[in-house]
Design a protein around this ligand. Sequence first.
Ligand code: DOR
Ligand code: ZN
Ligand code: ZN
Length: 430
Amino acid sequence: MSVWIINGNVWDTASGSLQKKHIRLEGEQIAEIVDGSAVPDTGSAEVIDAAGKLVSAGFIDMHVHLRDPGFEYKEDMATGTRSAAKGGFTTIACMPNTRPSVDTPETVKYILDKNAAEGVVKVLPYAAITKNQLGRELTDFAALKEAGAIGFTDDGVGVQSAQMMKDAMALAQSMNMPIIAHCEDNTLVEGLYVSEGSFSRKHGLKGIPNESEAIHVGRDVLLSEATGVHYHVCHVSTEQSVRLIRLAKQIGVRVTAEVCPHHLVLSDEDIPGFDSNWKMNPPLRTPRDVEAVIEALEDGTIDMIVTDHAPHSAEEKARGMQLAPFGIVGFETAFPLLYTKFVLTGKWTLGFLLERMTTDPARVFGLPTGRLEQGAPADLTIVDLDNERAVDPSAFASKSNNTPFGGWKLQGWTVATIVDGKIVYNESAN
Ligand code: DOR
Ligand code: ZN
Ligand code: ZN
């Protein structure tokens, strides 16, 4: 089937500006992108008029929690992928901390089958490094890869044993697979839930120190150097981690890294009080750390933006800050938040933000998507850059609404999302 997206504005890297284009989709591919001066003969094709809107390659989110199987009361394949589509994401990579965890080929297949049956975006499953993510025994990497896993991670927890991590890296390297790491030394964080900083001091709490993250980054960079594996650092949140990653890149270690929107726009000084919507792991750090991760994204030390979409039920989040689980939802606020805070303020170009959410994750993980060009998969996002709207968590497509951004007035809302040439989200139809 053919579709014409006419009159949309496409970011042009060469000129650093938006240019009007018409885009023809043929089946699952982008067939042609033509100059926007005259509307082409669209024949019998379906026509989407994107006049005044941004048309981008679909966003890619390499770090999300879909909770399926096992925690479907928080999210499931249908709601998680719809939430992603509503946020403009067309490819997402899901973490293995489900129940059961993704530590067998059967569970990898379950996710792929469930998405084929009920999902609306492309879902790439990660598999666990250790069985049940307990850090005791490696999973069967070969079988998990064969089943469709795209990398190995114990996200949700750090791999505590250096030997276990080294073995995992050596094995992953032998089959040309990446290791993705949630960096956290348990001995430094036990029972703690906010970072060491002004909030913890004000309330007389012992805080999570920055070293709890950076110690793992440093250890793993050395292990990556020793094994040669592609090592990807999850949700970088501290100045110390940034320094280590920067040095590692300088000396040629195969390290890449990601950062979340909340770590780019919030610090511990913004936490309004004991509200669990401000509790996530890694925690919000100091303003100095926020500066450091922004600078690291700008200079290429950090490669991409991911949401760490982490839905939890209202009941769980109502347990109070100390007892509630870590995590916030991210799909439906990520782009508007960053567009409003960094592009509208003139800090970043629109192209810079788009690259961190499309071409960079595709480059790092070798994905065929993330490009708006002839022959690429027809995964696209159409965004209204002008309309300001307040974040309404009760209207999320996600099953959960745990966010600190409720009520924030933002611009950059997705109006339509297309995956493999099919419209999977359309604002006017919702
Ligand atoms: O905030 C977080 N939520 N951090 C994690 O590491 C895990 C995640 C989750 O699964 O809820
Ligand atoms: Zn994590
Ligand atoms: Zn995570």
